[in-house]
Design a protein around this ligand. Structure first.
Ligand code: SF4
Ligand code: SF4
Length: 372
């Protein structure tokens, strides 16, 4: 099996095919601190792409409450069980990836969820990490926590779905790195469903084919952001194209967040698929848990986010400020500007101006009881 370089785990790893990177790679950054689990993204995706027969149970985009939420049930616990324990030392992952943990005759160590596992997409919603005893009160900082994890296909650099497909029906587009299933070639063997550790391909029993998130490629081709990004109420999402770390451009928002500020991290990098959705970790959650899901960069990411440099805050202010994907940004003189192909898309103030209206209580004969 050929070896590919995977910067996310700090070493080379086995992958079925030679590592040939696309010309450009689509990427997303999600700020978990801002997600309110309104599921607008989920419904925007569903009404756009999966409203047909056999797609009733499908959520290409889902938002689950961690640690107890899963779609499908237990997907990450099962995936971690397949690769077994593994340590990180100085940024290098010393355990096995899903490719290296595969048994003889398998391409990827995976499993096929049961039908029932897909049936409760809101399992564990809003449940805390530990039980609050009767009459117990919250402490600050909270000893109990939870957070919302929005999930889509990661359009991985080393897609497990692609490696596992015996029909070669799955391909990664050289122009933008989007991973697609060719519906004409797919025979519905569901090898991709079993192989993807994030469980993002889904089987359509009506058509007998597997389907997955297509990164809204008809929009991407027009310079527009995917539906889940455009519609996000919490403005937690930004899309763009990411470079390899050695070619990082600090004016590119994805590169800045992932490679320069290192505030956004891949989800379960130890799976070895090189996911291209990056998460700003929640700042209120125990780091023991965050290390497991976002890897060893967690402490630095949380500290950097909390320091809130003007450049970082400016870039975060650009999230949700335009319907387009952004390939460059600039923060200066209290303003943040996003660009695409050299054209200005949007300019926003880094700090929202606050305007206080004069109280007119006397004039209106108002008595306030809650004013301190
Ligand atoms: S997240 Fe899963 S379905 Fe998407 S590219 Fe990666 S392995 Fe394939
Ligand atoms: S629309 Fe945005 S804020 Fe709402 S659930 Fe989706 S990711 Fe979270």
């Amino acid at each position: 099996m050929p070896k590919v370089k995977n910067w996310q785990i700090g070493r080379e790893q086995f992958y079925k095919y030679e590592g040939k990177l696309p010309k450009k790679q689509i990427a997303y950054v999600f700020d978990t601190n801002k997600c309110i689990a309104c599921q607008t993204c989920t419904i925007a995706c569903k009404t756009t792409w999966t409203s047909g027969k056999g797609e009733e149970y499908m959520f290409w985009n889902n938002v689950e409450t961690k640690p107890h939420g899963f779609y499908p049930l237990g997907w990450d616990v099962q995936g971690l069980g397949k690769i077994g324990p593994g340590n990180w030392t100085n940024g290098v992952y010393l355990g096995k990836t899903v490719f290296e943990a595969a048994k003889e005759g398998e391409e990827v160590a995976g499993y096929l969820p049961h039908e029932e596992d897909w049936s409760h997409p809101n399992m564990g919603e809003d449940e805390l990490s530990s039980k609050i005893e009767d009459r117990a009160s919250y402490e600050l900082p909270h000893s109990s926590w939870m957070f919302y994890l929005a999930r889509i296909c990661n359009h991985c650099t080393n897609p497990a779905c692609l490696a596992a497909c015996p029909r070669k029906a799955i391909y990664k587009r050289p122009e933008d790195g989007i991973v697609l299933i060719d519906q004409d070639r797919c025979n519905g063997y569901q090898k991709c469903v079993a192989a993807c550790p994030y469980k993002k391909p889904m089987f359509n029993p009506q058509t007998g084919k597997s389907e997955k998130c297509i990164a809204c490629y008809p929009l991407i081709e027009k310079g527009i952001a995917p539906r889940c990004v455009q519609t996000c109420i919490g403005k937690i999402r930004m899309t763009g194209f990411i470079n390899q770390p050695e070619k990082a451009d600090e004016d590119n928002p994805m590169d800045y967040l992932v490679h320069v500020a290192k505030v956004a991290l891949p989800l379960y990098p130890q799976f070895g698929t090189g996911p291209n959705v990056y998460y700003i970790p929640p700042i209120h959650v125990t780091h023991e848990y965050l290390h497991q899901i976002f890897g060893p960069g967690t402490d630095h990411a949380v500290e950097t986010y909390k320091k809130r440099s003007e450049k970082l805050v400016g870039l975060l202010t650009l999230f949700g400020s335009t319907d387009h994907w952004v390939d460059k940004f600039k923060v200066e003189n209290g303003q943040a500007t996003g660009y695409q192909n050299g054209q200005e898309l949007v300019t926003v103030p880094v700090k929202e101006p606050l305007v206080f209206r004069a109280m007119r209580d006397k004039e209106r004969n108002v008595t306030r009881q809650s004013v301190t």
